[in-house]
Design a protein around this ligand. Structure first.
Ligand code: COA
Length: 138
């Protein structure tokens, strides 16, 4: 997962800045201890190809996912998110996506998420400045 989150094209799509190794393992060490987080590795035929996560943010539950580039376009993110939606009964669920990330917006639409609006995002150590689309699954 550390190597996957370094991929430049994935970061361009997601409008993210990858974590350095130490920060990555501290972050995910904390996430995996947090009972309010549901974090799953996505397996295809036993091979690890990504992850899908539900996590708290600003009093809401958000979902996110990340799939290995050599597996894009095979319906894996959509299938993984659908499985997560069966597993967690929390609603509404929220997602925040860079407006330019058409593939991720399509995944969310196929899983029933509805667009709520957009917001400007200031640059941070994790994101360049940009515009995010806000989506909700009621
Ligand atoms: C976004 C991402 C998760 C999609 O994973 P995936 O397994 O390829 O997704 P799926 O195959 O389930 O579905 C992708 C959909 O987007 C569509 N799509 C792909 N590229 C697209 C583009 N440039 N414009 C419009 N639609 C696009 C596909 O055609 C497909 O829709 P369809 O089934 O109607 O044909 C993957 O590209 C990824 O991990 N990107 C980097 C990390 C990221 O962006 N994560 C999401 C952060 S919010």
């Amino acid at each position: 997962m550390f190597q996957l989150q370094l991929d430049p094209e994935s970061n361009r799509m997601a409008s993210t800045i990858p974590r350095v190794r130490e920060d990555f393992f501290i972050h995910w060490g904390q996430v995996c201890q947090d009972p309010s987080v549901v974090a799953k590795v996505v397996l295809v035929g036993g091979e690890k190809v990504g992850c899908v996560v539900a996590f708290p943010r600003d009093g809401q539950t958000h979902v996110a996912y990340w799939i290995s580039p050599d597996r894009w376009g095979q319906g894996i993110a959509t299938a993984a998110l659908r499985l997560l939606l069966v597993e967690i009964d929390c609603r509404p669920l929220h997602a925040t996506v860079a407006v330019t990330n058409r593939a991720s917006l399509r995944v969310l639409a196929k899983c029933g998420f509805q667009r709520q609006g957009s917001r400007q995002v200031a640059a941070s150590d994790r994101h360049p400045a940009g515009t995010d689309e806000l989506l909700v699954l009621p």
